[in-house]
Design a protein around this ligand. Structure first.
Ligand SMILES: [Zn+2]
Length: 152
């Protein structure tokens, strides 16, 4: 499965790609050289708004694949990446939006004490991030994202 590395100017896109089910790392404070080195070492596709980055030899030679995002709007950026790389949306909402790792399913009893009362009453499916221990359920963090992802 294709993995991504988002340049400092497209951090929001990384979160949306995670919501879409893809491994999307975000590198906010590194220079171009280190950004490219990481993409190469980890086999990630670079996502950037920086046309200069696209002129780097490793990119023009195809050693590192990069996508130059045409829009400043995150919804348009996501649409472009999904179209250009032919991403499937069947793994949506399986990854922590903050940590970029896969969530693990949890029985309600295990997370019950961390849920708001109305969630405890109305929801049945839960998952937890193994890194940050954030609990996810359908219709919270993901509600708005989910609707917009479905529209793709
Ligand atoms: Zn997490």
């Amino acid at each position: 499965m294709v993995r991504f590395l988002a340049d400092s100017n497209v951090g929001r896109l990384a979160r949306w790609l995670r919501a879409y089910g893809y491994d999307a790392a975000y590198a906010p404070h590194v220079d171009d050289r280190r950004l490219i080195a990481r993409a190469l070492a980890e086999g990630r596709v670079l996502l950037t708004r920086d046309a200069g980055l696209m002129q780097r030899r490793v990119v023009t030679h195809g050693t590192v694949r990069a996508v130059l995002l045409a829009s400043d709007r995150v919804a348009d950026q996501l649409r472009q990446v999904v179209a250009e790389l032919g991403l499937a949306g069947d793994r949506r909402l399986t990854r922590c939006l903050e940590c970029n790792v896969e969530l693990e399913p949890r029985p309600k009893a295990e997370v019950s004490d961390r849920l708001p009362p109305h969630v405890r009453l109305t929801q049945t499916r839960f998952s937890e991030c193994p890194l940050c221990a954030r609990v996810y359920w359908p219709g919270t963090h993901w509600e708005r994202m989910s609707e917009r992802l479905a529209a793709l």
